[in-house]
Design a protein around this ligand. Sequence first.
Ligand code: NAP
Length: 290
Amino acid sequence: MKLQVIGDPVLHSKSPVLHGAMLAALGLDAPYTPQVVRRGELPQYLAWARENGVTGFNATMPHKEDLLPLLDEIDPAARAVGAVNTVCLREGRWTGFNTDGAGAVEALRDGLGMDPAGRTAVLLGAGGAAKAVALSLSAAGAKRVWVCNRTMERAEALCRRDPCRRAMPMDFLPATLTNLCRESGLLVNCTSLGMAGCPHQFEDFGFLDALPDGAGVFDLIYHPAETELLSQAKRRGLRTLNGLPMLVNQAVLALERFLNRPLDRRAMGSAATAALASGGSQQRGVRHVK
Ligand code: NAP
């Protein structure tokens, strides 16, 4: 078994550390290496990977959407999102999955003890991550997912993809967020506001005051570990969760796809989290497709 993560850039990816730790915990001596693949090079990469015995890979920017027309099979959840992050060679056929949304739902269950079923959620953002998370919350039985985005057209386009029709588009104005928070038990930030290196921040956090007692605030960002949104939410006594458990869970779910068998998710998650915490680095072996 040979595994990779492809992207451009790919050096920042935590996947080699996460997967390296999980493979080691399973006692599997399988390489998992980062590989630079530039936009437009996917057909060349798929041919190279097949010839060189690569049995699965994760995909990051800019390939998650471009891969779809090049694969032999796509899991229905990934097709709904319109993006894949995990590709496996199954009986000679490239098969695509998306584990981001399911990773987020698992993180909510484990980290906040919250099942999305029957809940109303306010979801901020309508980019790639928002799409996966919103559709997974909806598929997990959320009563309503309000998708609030600065660019309304993107929120509308996201909601049109929801086969369950529970995601509804909204604007990103403070008054709108406040009104929606009043009737929601969960707020999920899928924007890049507050991320390290992002020059912008929420203008004000007044909408947090409208969330009912016991509500949860889940920020997909993991760097920094505590964003200003989470720190403000904590100050208001709300329950909080950062993006690290989602990052770990999507990797565990991807490894289950690569190995085509269920794993002890808790044990895998612990191994991966410990490796991240110890600053593990598996960046050797970066290659370019010839
Ligand atoms: P993306 O596709 O670029 O989407 C960015 C989103 O942020 C868009 O909805 C965008 O709104 C919004 N945004 C950016 N600047 C804004 C501003 N100044 N005001 C209001 N909205 C703004 O990015 P992505 O891939 O979805 O990633 C989003 C975040 O999720 C990132 O912080 C990323 O690190 C995190 N993430 C975490 C995980 C994990 O495993 N924990 C996985 C994936 C992503 P417009 O549509 O109006 O531009």
